[in-house]
Design a protein around this ligand. Structure first.
Ligand code: AMP
Length: 450
């Protein structure tokens, strides 16, 4: 099966060839003809399925003859939950239109950057706009965008959009659209809020359900590593240092940890950047682009900022902090070992996260063995006050009391003192053992991009 046989024009082929798209993925094979036919679409699919091209390509085909847009008007509108996703989808549009027979204008519209440039860019209208709801509304309020000529609407990652609290903004955008239009909705999960949106939005849709990739690929090696909390940064440094320049995506729980860990890695000469919500959008875009191009070695990210982003050929993922939900564990580690590549996912397990990791393993039905790295062995006992009481795994959303925090701080200080006195010995042992740790698993995970 080829893209052309699905009804797309021949000129797309060259651009797709250049991106290495030999054959359409499942979702593309099913969605492209339906969208070309003008049907509404409901697709259960997540990042990695090829969903972006599944809606972008047929929309571009439909926009071929569509000219005469007036200033501030939009023909096709794609709503996405995050800024990063807006940039990513618009980049895909640019790539697919490399050989488009007419000038086509696409625009990514998102917050955190100057609105003036976006207002300016809307002069002359826009064929395909990829927008986050908040900034789109800002532009509408400034009369820089008019949605009354929109012919196609795409809601990408609808579940995340609602998860992130965009319900109201979404309603506001929907009410500015014309009644006659084609609607496409993509979502990985279907909580009741998404169901309600589907009822309101879609008319007699074609349903597409892509088999969920619950099964992690065989080429993905999971390495849960027991380590003391205070030793995690040193262990991370050790792992990165071992891998001769290979790239690492490191997940942390907070912006503060992201900044701390990044600072420490930089101090040791690694090229590292953070991706989190407190950074200016320009910096976030720059960090992500630098990581994707292989310019920087380590990207330290929080879940929110890293949502939906796709990094081809990524050999290592590290859960420096464990994710809160077992489902997020699968999402995170699934960033590596894509498309038949070999990848390794490390997860650091300190005494505090012991019970939570057990839950992750159980819920995902994983068959994995924990290990320790020589020189970074976890102490046998949890320092007092750092581990949750028996039978009480950390509860999502439960806040620690002030007393708990003080007790933990005291324990950390104690542990830090212990580890400083032991660290030089540990380092020696680590160096002695580093070649053992190279092992066949790591050797397999070569970095292709460099
Ligand atoms: P998406 O699910 O749209 O985020 O796409 C996931 C990844 O698959 C991206 O890196 C795409 O460039 C890539 N991709 C999409 N369609 C194809 C295809 N037909 N063949 C090969 N790679 C593809």
């Amino acid at each position: 099966m080829s893209f052309i046989s699905l009804g797309l024009s021949g000129f797309f082929q060259r651009a797709l060839d250049e991106r290495g798209y030999d054959t359409p993925t499942d979702i593309q094979a099913q969605a492209i003809p339906a969208v070309l036919e003008g049907r509404d679409l409901l697709a259960a699919a997540e990042t990695g399925s090829g969903k972006t091209a599944a809606f972008v390509l047929p929309l571009l085909e439909k926009l071929l003859d569509h000219e005469g847009l007036r200033s501030n008007q939009v023909a096709s509108l794609v709503l996405v939950p995050t800024r990063e996703l807006a940039v990513q989808v618009e980049e895909a549009v640019k790539a697919y239109t490399a050989y488009y027979p007419r000038r086509i204008k696409s625009l990514a519209v998102y917050g955190g950057v100057s609105i003036n440039a976006q207002m300016q860019a809307m002069k002359g209208g826009c064929d395909l706009m990829v927008a986050t709801p908040g900034r789109l509304i800002d532009l509408m309020e400034k009369n820089a965008v008019q949605l009354d000529q929109v012919q196609h609407l795409v809601l990408d990652e609808a579940d995340r959009m609602l998860d992130l609290g965009f319900a109201e903004e979404l309603q506001q955008v929907l009410s500015a659209l014309p009644v006659q239009r084609q609607n496409l909705l993509f979502s990985a999960t279907f909580p009741s809020e998404v169901d309600a949106l589907i009822d309101r939005l879609l008319f007699n849709p074609v349903n597409i359900e892509i088999e969920r990739e619950n099964k992690l690929p065989d080429t993905l090696i999971q390495r849960p590593i027991e380590v003391d909390k205070e030793q995690r940064t040193a262990l991370l440094r050790h792992l990165i240092g071992e891998m001769n320049g290979a790239q690492f995506l490191v997940f942390v729980a907070s912006k503060r940890t992201a900044d701390n860990v990044t600072g420490k890695l930089k101090k040791y000469g690694f090229s590292a950047e953070t991706l989190h919500g407190d950074k200016a959008q320009k910096e976030r875009n720059r960090s992500l682009a630098a990581f994707k191009s292989g310019e920087i070695q380590v990207l330290i990210a929080t879940d929110l900022a890293a949502r939906g982003i796709d990094i081809p050929q990524l050999p290592f993922v590290v859960n420096y902090d464990l994710p809160r939900s077992p489902a997020d564990y699968v999402h995170r580690i699934g960033r590596t070992a894509r498309a038949g590549e070999v990848g390794t996912a490390f997860s650091f397990i300190d005494h505090e996260s012991d019970a939570h990791f057990k839950l992750i393993v159980k819920r995902n039905n994983l068959d994995i063995t924990r290990e320790q790295i020589a020189g970074f062995e976890r102490s046998a006992e949890a320092p007092e006050g750092t581990a949750p009481a028996k039978g009480q795994p950390p509860v999502k959303g439960k806040r620690k009391s002030k007393k708990d925090k003080l007790r933990e701080a005291a324990a950390r200080e104690q542990a830090a003192q212990n580890s400083t006195s032991q660290s030089s010995d540990k380092r020696k042992t680590a160096n002695q053992n580093s070649s053992d740790k190279g092992g066949s698993i790591w050797a397999k995970a070569t970095l292709k991009r460099r």
